[in-house]
Design a protein around this ligand. Structure first.
Ligand SMILES: [Zn+2]
Length: 169
């Protein structure tokens, strides 16, 4: 793990916190080219009501606009959570050179957990993978978010029950 990788993962974490502030699952991403961040993205699936609104796809779209090319060869993506099948597919399609991952996603991750779409023998492009960069921070952000979500849900349920009871009385 290099200081450079940590520095850019911190930027990805900042993006994830933007998602958190919108009550979205906190996933953030930045794309780096020639030592510079060329795009940023965060999960907006609920806000945009769009399954395509993942952090990685937003960042890929912006990076392509910036470079004027759908090919993102030479780019490194920093993402706080292991990419899903859709995003892993887009990463291969965009020919991104390297993906640096914060924490793994055992239920949906496609950079080695469920599948490794980034390094399939049959595909014409393989992606270098680096995992566990600022893993602690990335996974704590996720678990904190879900803990809070469960708490909110419990409170809402309790509120609903008490209002139902007061109507019955
Ligand atoms: Zn995704």
């Amino acid at each position: 793990m290099t200081d450079q990788d940590k520095k850019y993962m911190k930027e990805a974490l900042k993006q994830a916190k933007k998602a958190y502030a919108l009550d979205e699952t906190p996933i953030g991403c930045v794309i780096v080219y020639e030592g510079k961040i060329i795009s940023r993205g965060y999960n907006r699936r609920n806000v945009d009501k769009n399954t395509l609104a993942h952090a990685e796809l937003a960042a890929i779209k912006k990076a392509s606009r910036k470079l004027g090319d759908w090919r993102l060869e030479g780019c490194t993506m920093y993402v706080t959570l292991e990419p899903c099948p859709m995003c892993a597919g887009a990463i291969v399609q965009a020919r991104i050179t390297r993906v640096v991952i914060g924490c793994m996603n055992p239920k949906a991750g496609c950079a080695g957990s469920v599948l490794n779409l980034l390094q399939m023998d049959g595909f014409n492009h393989k992606v270098e993978i680096e995992t566990g960069i600022l893993e602690e921070e990335c996974s704590q952000l996720m678990s904190g978010f879900f803990r809070e979500l469960r708490k909110k849900k419990k409170e809402q349920d309790a509120l609903r029950k008490s209002s139902v009871q007061s109507t019955i009385k």
